[in-house]
Write a protein that binds this ligand. Structure first.
Ligand code: FES
Ligand code: MG
Length: 581
């Protein structure tokens, strides 16, 4: 029967399931299948085991990634779910990216992980894939890769770490990491206390416990319809998380049988819902870049003007750090995404399909009744009256910039000040703590050359530290502007993603010490206060050739990476592939 299942040239007929799918090309299909079966039988499988949907499980466990530290238990639970539903689980490794362990920045590697994920899904026989990710860049990388591979795909989130406690105060990674470090820099706490806090910030495996990028991407994955209902919020070490994993495995088998491919889920309506959720959770600014990149893979453009318009009617409802008070485990106890989505229902496109084969609206209705809780606010009593993120434009950012207004200081959101310019990260490191640095609390700190090309990889250095001499005076916030990103766990009046970036000769490259800069969040404006003629002269003087990497991945990266408004994806990965793998 081997020959019947395969067509000429060694390729299986479209829709051919299981191990007959995507045969290695030896020019003899019958032999290819014969050989494949011999090798899988070498691993102890019987013909009976092979005769069913094959579910790939992307294993992203790594000693360098404690955010994925529950990977062995998750894989066991997914396998159980797959087998209970009649499928064959096949685990395979891909790159893993742990936020704190990747240099120059994890973002530099996100596209590489997306390519690895896409090509391993494409290369190996599977009818559906379970993507297991959690730390910041891993979920977007997996969704980008899977969107391009176009198989039935389902996301499993590793889950947040538990919240910790330090001397009676609840703490968690990593808003409190920054807060305590700021206090240490200001000499409010001593070396012994900062050492003690260091032991308490990360009390278990799992991703950061605040609404940073990891939690944001977990919520966006569920809003996109890419996880089982309730898949975003269970902490990593809970039985709820393991039950989600089992259910995910079982659902992957159903998706394989129904050929519920990812392109039917990642629609314009799904991205609308994800943008609504991003605004309402006070989500990470990185969420915009990642959503743009994922959407770009299926030929959908995320319109930042539209996001800004939506933000004016989408308040922040979720009371989680850094915009609010609580942590992911509290969000989970409050009902997780079901509670939030129920509240946001009037703003959502309820007909969007999810991995269950039912619509988001049907899942919201099936989630059970609301109950009293204090983590998700009602629309009538939000944490912040508008969406968490505002989109800015002006002569300093013709392609746009963003600010996380829900985590900014109200007093600085309408501000004009003198520019204090740092040319790059080395310059910043050299001078920021100089006691003679000419800087005052109402100045505007400008950091250049940390964009997609300049960084490279757009490092999260946009959260420029408060200069030591100001920190010692008790200054807690100052307006900061860069073409980089900041961690989703950070807070402050910080303008990010200035486009085009300075390393490509964007207007940011032309800012000089002493220039005046105006930020108006109300008017959505970020301007360098110089005349058009002066700006044109400076731009001409700043023009630079695009940097080229010498070899390897760096060369590919610098040649191909797009700007923030296109998701910092590689240009050749964008757009919808012609057919499924
Ligand atoms: Fe992995 Fe924060 S470091 S989620
Ligand atoms: Mg982060």
């Amino acid at each position: 029967d081997n020959k019947e299942e395969a067509t000429e040239g060694g390729q299986a007929a479209p829709g051919t399931p299981g191990f007959r799918r995507g045969l290695t090309n030896y020019g003899d299909a019958g032999f290819s299948l014969f050989l494949r079966k011999a090798f899988i039988k070498g691993a102890g499988f019987t013909d009976h085991a092979l005769d069913r949907p094959v579910i790939g499980i992307a294993n992203t466990g790594s000693s360098y990634n404690p955010c994925h530290g529950n990977m062995p238990q998750l894989i066991e639970a997914v396998r159980r779910g797959v087998m209970l539903a009649g499928g064959l689980p096949m685990e395979f490794p891909t790159i893993s990216i742990g936020e704190s362990f990747a240099q120059p920045t994890s973002m530099y590697l996100r596209n590489l992980m997306s390519m690895d994920t896409e090509e391993m899904i494409r290369a190996q026989p599977m009818d559906a894939v379970v993507l297991i990710g959690g730390c910041d860049k891993t979920v977007p990388a997996q969704l980008m890769g899977a969107a391009s591979a176009k198989l039935p795909s389902i996301q499993l989130i590793t889950g947040a770490m538990l919240a910790g406690s330090h001397r009676g105060e609840v703490v968690g990674a990593c808003t409190d990491c920054r807060r305590y470090w700021g206090r240490y820099r200001a000499e409010e706490i001593d070396a012994a206390e900062i050492g003690a806090v260091n032991n308490r910030l990360v009390p278990s495996v799992g991703s950061c416990s605040v609404m940073g990028t990891a939690s944001t991407m977990a919520c966006l994955a569920e809003a996109l319809g890419m996880t089982v209902p309730g898949g975003a919020s269970p902490p990593a070490v809970t039985s709820d998380r393991m039950r989600v994993a089992e259910e995910t495995g079982a659902q992957a088998v159903r998706m394989a049988r129904e050929r519920l491919t990812i392109d039917r889920i990642l629609t314009a309506d799904a991205f609308h819902n994800a943008m609504t959720v991003l605004l309402a959770i006070g989500g990470s600014t990185n969420g915009i870049v990642h959503l743009t990149a994922i959407a770009g893979r299926v030929g959908i453009k995320i319109d930042l003007e539209e996001l800004d318009r939506m933000g004016r009617e989408t308040p922040v409802l979720l009371d989680l750090k850094p915009s609010g008070q609580h942590y992911m485990e509290h969000f989970h106890a409050a009902g997780g995404m079901a509670t939030l989505l129920r509240e946001l229902k009037p703003l959502l496109r309820l007909d969007a399909l999810t991995v269950t084969g039912r619509t988001l609206g049907e899942e919201i209705d099936a989630a059970g009744p609301a109950f009293v809780q204090d983590v998700v606010r009602p629309m009538s009593d939000p944490i912040y009256p508008e969406g968490g993120i505002a989109f800015l434009r002006g002569n300093l950012a013709p392609g746009g910039a963003i600010i996380k207004q829900s985590a900014a200081s109200p007093a600085l959101m309408e501000h004009e000040g003198r520019a204090v310019v740092f040319e790059n990260l080395e310059d910043l490191a050299r001078r920021i703590d100089d006691p003679d640095l000419d800087v005052a609390a109402d100045d505007v700190l400008v950091l250049k050359n940390i964009g997609p090309v300049g960084g490279p990889g757009m490092p999260e250095a946009g959260y420029i530290p408060i200069p030591k001499r100001l920190a010692l005076q008790g200054v807690k916030d100052i307006v900061r502007i860069s073409d980089g990103r900041m961690s989703g766990t950070a807070f402050g009046t910080i303008v990010l993603h200035v486009t085009p970036e300075s390393a490509l000769g964007g207007p940011l490259a032309c800012v000089r010490d002493g220039d005046r800069i105006r930020l108006s969040v109300a008017k959505r404006e970020i301007s360098l206060l110089v005349g058009d003629d002066e700006m044109a002269r400076r731009l001409a003087a700043c023009a630079v050739p695009r940097p080229q990497g010498r070899r390897g991945y760096q060369r590919l990266f610098l040649k191909s990476v797009t700007q923030a408004d296109e998701g910092v994806d590689f240009d050749f990965l964008q757009g919808q592939p012609p057919e499924a793998c």
